[in-house]
Every structure is written in C-alpha cells, then in structure tokens.
Design a protein around this ligand. Structure first.
Ligand code: PLP
Length: 392
C-alpha cells in the first residue's frame, strides 16, 4: 500500500540494498550477455535529454530529424544510400516490425510463411505467434552453416519473407546471405537481415581487414536490417534499430495516430510513446567514437576473444564449437557429455554465460566490459571445475 513519502537519502539506501543482488558489467562475471555498459558520454547525454518523446515527433522535430540523420548514417555504414527506419527498444521489436512488413506486403497470401534459419533468435517465434505467420526453419549442417539445399526445398508460393542472420545468438556466425539473395532474386520475397549483434561489429572487422561475408545493403536483394546500438554499439539500454531500403513501405504501412499534439504522424513501430534519449545518446556516441573509436573497441574485443579461444584449446575435455567470426565463443565438451553440469558449477562461482541446450554449448560474448584478467580468472575456475568433475 502507498504510504507517506520518504526522504531521498532513505530511498537511495533502500534501493542500494534491493539492487545489491544485481550483477555489474565491470565485475567481469557477465560473460554471456550481448549488452554492455553504455559509454559514459552516452549516459550523460541520455540523462540530459531523457524527456524527449518520439511518439509525438511533431513536438520534438529536432529529435526526429536527428533520428533520421542517424539512421541515414548507420545505413551508409551498412553499404546503403538514403536508408530510412527507426530506433526501437531492441532487436526483438525491430524483428517484429520486419515480420509485420513481410506479412503486409503479401496480403495476397492466405497462410504466409517466412523461412528462417533454425539458429534465428526467439523474437521470430514471438513474431510467428503475434502475427500469425508460419515459420519454416532451415537446418544447419555439421559446421553450423545454413543448409542451402534445405533452404531451397522450403521455398514455395506461400513464402513471403526470408531471414538471414549476421551474428547468430549462439555462435556469432554469418549466414550465406549473398547465396540466399541469389536464390530469391526476381521473386516477390522480402529479405530481412538480423544483425542485432553483428551490425556494430562487422563494419569494423572489415576495417581491420578481416574477411567478412557480404551481409548488408551491398547485397542488392537485402530489404531491411536489424542492428542494435545497445549491443556492440555501446548505446544506452534500450536501443535497437530497424533499417529499410525502400522508404515508401513505411509510409504505406504506418498507422495514423489522430490525437497527437504535434500534428499528424504515422507510426509503424510497435510502441507508441518512444524514448528520444537513447537516439540522441547514440548520435553523440557515434560522433565521439567515430570509425576509429569503434574499430579500436572491436579490435580489443577480438584480441580478448582470441586469448579465450587459445586458453580453451589448451584444456583437455572441452573444446571450441566453431571458429569465432566475431567476439562470440561457443564451448562444449570433447566427449559429447552434457555441458549443463559445467554451466551449473560455473554459475556457483558467479560466471554467467549463455546456455544453449539444443547445441550442448555454453557461450561467452567478449563484450568491451570483458577484460583479459577476467578471462584468466574464468579459465582458472573452469580448470578447477573440470578437475573436480574429472573431465579434464
Ligand atoms: C541475433 C539477435 N537478434 C535479436 C535479438 C533480440 O534483441 P533484444 O534482446 O534487444 O530484443 C538478439 C538478442 O540477443 C540477438 O542475438
């Protein structure tokens, strides 16, 4: 029940206590999250502009212009020109927007189907449930590569969309987006790329001369991309991004919101009231870091990723699942024995990795908050656990 108001100091004390079970990024224990601590400058800007509401862009035309400018800049980074779109609450909302577009563009199809890799993020299952589309899941081969023959066999007259992933949730791998694009060329099928994680890694890996498969708007058949600033973009939480090549689609599929104080605007986003603060913060982060700043961050993450891979490869009883393309490392047992017990023991020591039971792997994401000393300590604890379990 609501009681009398408290003193601020008292509230702060209560909060400190109540939130003390939370993990912190700088502890290094958060080893399996695709989010990280936002850049400090981004936090400052966010706090300054926290009251901006992009749900009513007519009241905040400056913020709205900044969002368009930012989307255009990100679109350029992804090899596009005059790309439009919007900030979202994250990759799930961006993927949901994409799936709604996929369905609406082909309302001539009675029971619409979308082909997604079996490695696709759970947000596509949510979209299936919410939108009433049918997901057709493509198998992966033993190298965790999308099986293109299986993909082709799933195409039919009900297929209205296809999804490729640039940075899978489980292993950070990239689908053969170019090849998928060639297969669907000339067909009336929308091609969406989920680069929620990879979007703010891959352009910088390319700058570092890593050989990266084509995945972005440079693939001519790609229609839209999800890319999240709150993952490797170091944006404030939440910050997602949806980008689309053809601007007319958003105009066509937006909802008129008749009551806005700022005048007539259409919403194509899932949410109504939309925070402008994260958009302004990410604009500032991009300006501050620039291409070199982001490239250096990714370079450091890859150096730490390679360090972890090397240390894991020296331990008997466990192995790396697939050679990392980006800063995501899957770890499994050499014998095929379940990884779950190891994960359980790691959690007792506070190490929080992602667990993928279907693939029998635990996944470390080497985000900017993960430093080499954290990884050394992690390896030490892991070796002790394996000895105790008589696995090594
Ligand atoms: C590839 C991919 N897509 C989408 C998402 C969903 O993003 P969010 O949690 O920001 O909604 C994730 C989350 O990790 C992801 O890895």
């Amino acid at each position: 029940m609501l009681k009398e108001g408290l003193e601020k100091q008292e509230i702060l004390k209560i909060l400190e206590k109540k939130l003390s079970p939370d993990y912190s990024y700088d502890s290094g224990f958060i080893l399996g999250s695709m989010c990280t601590a936002p850049l400090n400058f981004g936090k400052e800007i966010y706090m300054k502009y926290i009251n901006k509401n992009l749900g009513d862009p007519g009241l905040f035309p400056g913020t709205s212009d900044l969002e368009n400018e930012l989307i255009d800049e990100i679109g350029n980074l992804f090899g596009g020109n005059n790309i439009t779109g919007a900030f979202t609450t994250g990759g799930s909302e961006a993927n949901l927007i994409a799936m709604r577009i996929v369905k609406k563009l082909r309302n001539d199809i009675k029971n619409p189907e979308v082909i997604v890799p079996v490695s696709a993020h759970a947000s596509f299952d949510k979209a299936e449930d919410i939108l009433g589309i049918k997901l057709k899941k493509v198998n992966l081969n033993e190298d965790y590569e999308l099986d293109l023959n299986h993909f082709e066999s799933l195409l039919n007259r009900k297929t209205c969309g296809v999804v490729g992933i640039a940075g899978t949730t489980s292993l950070g791998l990239i689908d053969p987006i170019d090849e998928i694009g060639k297969i669907i060329e000339g067909k009336d099928i929308f091609f969406h790329i989920d680069a929620a994680f990879g979007g703010f890694v891959l352009p910088f890996l390319e700058k570092l001369s890593y050989k990266i498969r084509p995945w972005d708007f440079r693939v001519q058949t790609v229609n839209s991309i999800t890319a999240d600033p709150h993952k490797m973009g170091l944006g404030v939480i939440p910050s997602g991004g949806f980008l689309i090549r053809d601007p007319s689609i958003l105009k066509k599929l937006g909802f008129e919101i008749p009551y806005l104080a700022g005048g007539n605007f259409k919403h194509f986003q899932i949410v109504g009231t939309r925070p402008g603060g994260p958009v302004i913060a990410f604009w500032a982060i991009i300006k501050l870091l620039g291409l070199n700043g982001f490239t250096n961050i990714v370079k450091e993450c890859m150096k730490n990723t390679q360090y972890l891979v090397k240390r894991i490869s020296e331990i008997k009883g466990i192995k790396i699942v697939a050679k990392p393309v980006m800063n995501v490392v899957g770890i499994t047992t050499e014998s095929g024995e379940s990884i779950c017990k190891i994960d359980e023991e790691l959690r007792k020591k506070k190490w929080m990795l992602g667990k993928f039971v279907d693939l029998n792997l635990i996944r470390a994401v080497i985000m900017p908050h993960v430093q080499k000393p954290h990884l050394s300590k992690f390896i030490e604890d892991l070796e002790n656990i394996l000895k105790k379990m008589k696995i090594s």
